[in-house]
Design a protein around this ligand. Structure first.
Ligand code: CA
Length: 233
């Protein structure tokens, strides 16, 4: 079942089997799916539902995919909705035309579901980042970078903004050893006028919050090298 803030995807596809496969896979990914099986209806449903993204088949009854795309892109209400077109293999000129009239991306049939979902997520990351959600997990620590929430053993961690960014950097690449310099660049920015000892201070604070409740220390201090998030800390 789709979450409450799930992105809505309109699928315009006249082949029932294809439509149902798409619906099944997109819903499994947590999206809300609305559908239309011809071009006219596609335009109507888009205006009614204002989806976060449209997956649009090229060959459609009543109005072609390209005409649907043109109408969506030329109306101020719907012009910002990203459109991914499903095109037939080898029709290079069609693809160029699709992009010319404003389609945001295209996938060639027969496409892999994984590829299509990756393209959808890439688009939504720009327009609806919260709907794509970014959760990182390591051991019993988990963070949601979109919602700015961190937990350890399902208990919320009270982190300051710097500690949160520090933890995000560690969580993105567990076990990697970060020098103080590289942490400084990543967390404070290249131009920051910050003393290297500041890094130690914030790592210390992060460690304290993570280890409250007497939890196992997962931040490893690598003498002369820096810090890492590691189960063998
Ligand atoms: Ca079709």
């Amino acid at each position: 079942m789709a979450a409450q803030d799930a992105a809505t995807i309109l699928v315009v596809e006249d082949e029932v089997a294809q439509l149902e496969t798409l619906r099944y896979n997109l819903e499994k990914e947590g999206f809300r799916v609305v559908a239309a099986d011809d071009g006219e209806e596609g335009v109507l449903v888009a205006r009614e539902e204002m989806p976060d993204l449209v997956v649009l088949d090229w060959m459609l009854p009543t109005l072609s995919g390209i005409e649907v795309c043109r109408r969506l892109k030329s109306s101020s209400e719907t012009s910002d909705i990203p459109v991914i077109m499903l095109t037939a293999r080898g029709e290079e000129s069609d693809r160029v035309r699709g992009l010319e009239i404003g389609a945001d991306d295209y996938v060639v049939k027969p496409y892999s579901m994984g590829e299509l979902i990756a393209r959808i997520r890439a688009r939504l990351r720009k327009t609806r980042p919260s709907a794509v959600g970014k959760t990182l997990a390591f051991e019993d620590i988990s963070i949601d970078t979109e919602q700015h929430r961190a937990t350890r053993a399902d208990k919320p961690l009270k982190l300051g903004p710097t500690e949160f960014r520090l933890l995000t950097v560690f969580m993105e690449r567990p076990k990697r050893v970060w020098s103080r310099d590289s942490l400084l660049d990543r967390v404070w920015g290249m131009d920051a006028d910050v003393d290297l000892r500041t890094v130690d201070v914030h790592v210390g604070r992060l460690r304290k919050v993570l280890n409250s409740d007497g939890a196992r220390d997962l931040i490893r201090t690598v003498r002369g090298a820096g810090y890492s998030l590691d189960s063998d800390a």
